[in-house]
Design a protein around this ligand. Sequence first.
Ligand code: NAD
Ligand code: NA
Length: 396
Amino acid sequence: MIITPKVRGFICLTAHPEGSAKNVENQINYVKFKGSIDGPKKVLVLGASTGFGLASRITSAFGANAATIGVYFEKPSAEGKPGSPGWYNTAAFEKKAQEAGLYAKSINGDAFSDEVKQKTLDLIKADLGQVDLVVYSLASPRRVHPKTGVIHNSVLKPIGQTFSNKTVDFHTGKVSEVSISPANEDDIANTVAVMGGEDWAMWIDALKAENLLAPGAVTVAYSYIGPSLTEAVYRKGTIGRAKDHLEATAFTISDSLKDLGGKAYVSVNKALVTQASSAIPVIPLYISLLYKVMKEQGLHEGTIEQMDRLFRERLYTGGEVAVDEKGRIRVDDWEMRDDVQAQVATLWEQANTENLSEIGDLAGYRTDFFNLFGFEVEGVDYEKDVNEVVEVPGLV
Ligand code: NAD
Ligand code: NA
């Protein structure tokens, strides 16, 4: 079929298999071009199909020649019904990995559930024996708690007071004022239950209990801080509480890995266009200004550049892992540079509907958004009839 984007607000209901494959290929080529990494050998990636998790999987496989198992929650493709982008990404990745002689298998299902955990443990046991890196990169709006059965829904709200600031509809470029009412205690608890560290710890406990972590095993989860501009709705809001919890969990997990000589890290990554971040008010405006400034200064990175730098220059240098005063790895260092933030803050004051496409990188934002779904990718013929039904070669 000929597949075109069907956009509804912050999501796109369709995805393009060839555009997604091309995105994956571009990421693989980036890592290969950078050369080999003396990195992990057997890697489990939770949230492996899009965003930072996909880039972590690509970096492990094509940078360090690692065997990878990916876990994700995606919609398979069917006759007349394109799959979700992560489905096509994984299909493309596993095809390339297997062609390169690399082990690559995956499980599609709810990573929060006991069932998917057990299935993953069994697969590691049967095929890899142990893993030496576990990447935790889930981003989800809800979690069914495996022990209580309670459904937790995360929210993106400020805490304590109503937050008002500028925001942009990135489709139309219209800049307007948005007001978000504060969260209540339930909102906070639910957001922490979904995006905090409890599930990460459950995964590591389960792997350890079955002796599936290699000596010296490392686990890493991803966090975000961002500037004072977005603080009320992000780092000091409900999602920030979840990130505080995730960051605190790294210390608990590290304690539990001491006997193995292992360690848990949180890496603070840069703000990027993903399905999750485009739904957060204020963030798209911040990102369009940030992209403009970082591209002008030659500092811009996408997910693959970020994850390549995380592996090559932080986790696997052969020496100590550089961390900040709170024990966190920082690959948001370029985003947070004083000169970058000062320029963004000035542009923020000026930004309006009339000038945004000039002073901000609205076009770059939109392109990145469509790219998430495999659209507007260079070198892809979108007029062409493509087969929407695509197999994921390593699907278990
Ligand atoms: P993403 O939406 O691109 O990826 C989420 C992944 O989780 C996908 O592979 C998806 O299939 C999987 N997933 C979601 N629910 C699942 C479930 N129930 N079971 C199994 N898999 C499930 O998100 P992302 O932006 O790459 O985010 C990954 C992490 O990075 C998050 O912790 C996020 O907060 C963090 N982060 C994001 C940004 C940003 O700007 N996007 C910046 C810094 C840190
Ligand atoms: Na991810």
